[in-house]
Design a protein around this ligand. Structure first.
Ligand code: ZN
Length: 166
């Protein structure tokens, strides 16, 4: 069992902007190991630090393409292009999915755990996941990416879901 559990919708930690990482040290490496374990336990594609209650600009991901789990420190999206609507969910809002329109391609920059610069041209699912995790670092949940009517319905679904949970 991982030392962390996924923070769920309603937890104030999910609404705050996370701070830049200033030191990549052993503590940070242990945090990312824990986040990766949590991600695999939850069967998610990515986990951002605020989702385990830590306000640091860092996320981990594994798209199950065989290349293993990766860590991005202080990520930034420098370019975005296109548009793509896709059914998107979130480990912090389990069981609910909404069609959300976002840029189809992004250019992500950040650091790896050795402090090396990372630069990734991503499209489709990878680009989607990067934008989703970056939103978490800014305290934005995917509900805020829905338009008016869609959002009202989503909040209704969420409320009934929360009321019927054991
Ligand atoms: Zn999420």
């Amino acid at each position: 069992m991982s030392q962390y559990s996924i923070r769920l919708y309603g937890d104030p930690v999910l609404k705050q902007r996370a701070s830049e990482v200033t030191d990549i040290d052993g503590t940070l490496v242990r945090l990312t190991d824990g986040m990766i374990e949590t991600m695999y336990e939850a069967r998610g594609l990515g986990v951002a630090a605020p989702q385990v209650g830590v306000q640091k600009r860092i996320f981990v991901y594994d798209l199950n393409d065989g290349s293993g789990a990766k860590v991005i420190v202080n990520p930034e999206i420098s370019e975005a292009a296109g548009e793509w609507t896709y059914e998107e969910g979130c480990l912090s809002i389990p069981g609910l999915y909404w069609p959300i329109t976002r840029p189809k391609e992004v250019h992500l920059r950040g650091l790896d755990l050795d402090g090396n610069q990372i630069s990734i041209e991503a499209d489709e699912l990878l680009a989607r996941m990067f934008q989703h995790e970056l939103d978490h670092l800014d305290g934005t949940l995917l509900l805020e990416r829905l338009d008016g009517d869609q959002r009202k319905q989503a909040l209704r679904d969420l409320r009934s879901r929360m009321l019927t949970q054991p």
